[in-house]
Design a protein around this ligand. Structure first.
Ligand code: ACO
Length: 347
C-alpha cells in the first residue's frame, strides 16, 4: 500500500512587500537582497489573518478545484511554526474553518522541515492501513515573528500556505522511502527565544525583542547546503535511484544560493530544480507545497520527484516520490497562466 498525492491547493495573501520597501526601512539595498538571496518580493498577511486562515484558504482551493468531498477527509496534519496560539492547536481551528467534520487535526512543528515531516507522518498513517485520505498542509504567517528592524532576517521571510491530499493507492505511485534527521545542538542558531515555556512572555522579553526570530545566517547557510546535499544523495541511494532518473527537484526555498549549491552537488540540470523564491521568499512550512502547487502542470504521471529541506532545530531531510494520477483539476490553463503572471494564488 502506498500514499499518493491526488490534489493540491495553495494560497498567498495579496499584499506584496518588495525589496524596495524593505530597503526603505533597514540598512540594505534591493540589489543586495536579490543578489544574496534570489528574493524579489514576498507576501504579507494583514493583521486579521492568522495562520489558520492561510491554511484554510489553501485547503479550500484544493477541495474546490479537485472536487474533493470534505466529509471524506479522515485527518489533517498541519505543519506550522507560527500557530494561531500556543494553546489550543491551530489544526482544530483549520478543521472547523474548512468543514472537516469527520477528521481529527494535529499540529506538527519542525520549522522549515515541517511539511516534509508531516508528509512522512501522513504517508505512514496511510501505509499502515488505518487511514485512506489525509490532508497535509504547510502554513506560516512568518510576518508575525519577523523583526522588521533586523536586516539579517526581515529580508528572507513571507507568508503563505500549501496543501496536498494524500490517498491510499495499490499502484507503485506515491511516496518512496525518506530520510529525516534532527540535531538539537543547532537550536540556538535559529530560534524565537521567548514566548515558550523556557522564557515565557515578560516585559523584559518584549523590551529585548526576544519574540522575534533570530539566526546566525552564514552558519545556518553552510549547514543547510551540506545537510541537504548529503541527505539528497543518501535518499537516492536508499531508493536505488540515480540522479538522472530524477525528473524534478523540489527544494525548500530559503536562499537561491543554497538551492543552486544543492543542485550543483547533485550534478543535476538546473532546469529540473524548481524555484519560486523570487516571488514568495521563505514561507517556512509552506515553501514545498507552494512549489508543488505552482509547478503542478509540469509534473507528469510516473515522473520521479526529489524533495529536500533544512530548517530550525536543526531539522532536515529528503524523500522521493513517483507522481501519480491527479483528481480532475477544474482550473483552466488560462486561469493558471493568469495566476503565474500575477503571482497571486486566489481561492
Ligand atoms: N543587507 C546588506 N548587508 C547585509 C545584510 C543585508 N540585509 N545582511 C547582512 N549583511 C552584511 C553583513 O553585515 C556582512 O557584512 P560584513 O562583511 O561587513 O561583516 C555581509 O553582509 C555578509 O554577511 P553574511 O551574514 O555572511 O551574509 P550571507 O551572504 O550569509 O547572507 C543570509 C545572509 C541571507 C541571511 C544568508 O546567510 C542565509 O540565507 N542564511 C540561511 C537562511 C536559512 O537557510 N535559514 C534556514 C531556514 S529558516 C527556518 O527554519 C525558519
Amino acid at each position: 500500500m502506498n500514499a499518493v498525492i491526488t490534489a493540491i491547493g495553495g494560497f498567498v495573501p495579496p499584499a506584496i512587500l518588495d525589496n524596495k520597501k524593505i530597503s526603505e526601512t533597514v540598512d540594505t539595498s534591493e540589489e543586495w537582497i536579490e543578489k544574496r538571496t534570489g528574493i524579489k518580493e514576498r507576501r504579507i498577511a494583514d493583521d486579521d489573518t492568522a495562520t489558520s486562515d492561510l491554511a484554510s484558504a489553501a485547503i479550500e482551493n484544493l477541495l474546490e478545484n479537485y472536487n474533493v468531498d470534505r466529509k471524506e477527509i479522515e485527518a489533517l496534519v498541519l505543519a506550522t511554526a507560527t500557530p494561531d496560539h500556543i494553546l489550543s492547536p491551530t489544526a482544530s481551528k483549520v478543521c472547523e474553518k474548512s468543514g472537516l467534520t469527520n477528521a481529527f487535526g494535529v499540529d506538527l512543528n519542525a520549522a522549515c522541515s515541517g511539511f516534509l515531516y508531516a508528509l512522512e507522518t501522513a504517508a505512514s498513517m496511510i501505509e499502515s492501513g488505518r487511514y485512506e485520505k489525509i490532508i497535509v498542509v504547510g502554513a506560516d504567517k512568518m510576518s508575525s515573528i519577523v523583526d522588521y528592524e533586523d536586516r539579517n532576517t526581515c529580508i528572507l521571510f513571507g507568508d503563505g500556505a500549501g496543501a496536498v491530499l494524500l490517498e491510499k493507492t495499490e499502484s507503485n505511485y506515491g511516496l518512496m522511502k525518506s530520510i529525516l534527521r534532527t540535531d538539537g545542538s543547532g537550536t540556538s542558531s535559529l530560534l524565537v527565544p521567548a514566548g515558550g515555556s523556557k522564557t515565557p512572555a515578560s516585559m523584559q522579553s518584549i523590551l529585548h525583542r526576544s519574540h522575534f526570530l533570530k539566526q546566525e545566517g552564514s552558519f545556518v547557510f553552510k549547514k543547510a547546503v551540506a545537510s541537504m546535499s548529503q541527505v539528497s544523495q543518501d535518499v537516492l541511494a536508499k531508493n536505488e535511484l540515480d540522479t538522472d532518473e530524477i525528473d524534478w527537484v523540489i527544494p525548500h526555498q530559503a536562499n537561491l544560493r543554497i538551492i543552486n549549491a544543492v543542485g550543483e552537488s547533485l550534478n543535476i540540470d538546473s532546469e529540473k530544480v524548481k524555484v519560486n523564491i523570487e516571488r514568495y521568499g521563505n514561507t517556512t512550512s509552506a515553501t514545498i507545497p507552494l512549489c508543488l502547487w505552482d509547478f503542478r502542470e509540469d509534473f507528469k504521471e510516473g515522473q520521479n520527484l526529489l524533495i529536500t529541506t533544512f530548517g530550525a532545530g536543526f531539522s532536515w531531510g529528503a524523500t522521493c516520490l513517483k507522481w501519480g494520477i491527479m483528481r480532475d483539476d477544474k482550473t483552466t490553463k488560462s486561469f493558471r497562466a493568469n495566476v503565474r503572471k500575477k503571482s497571486v494564488l486566489t481561492v
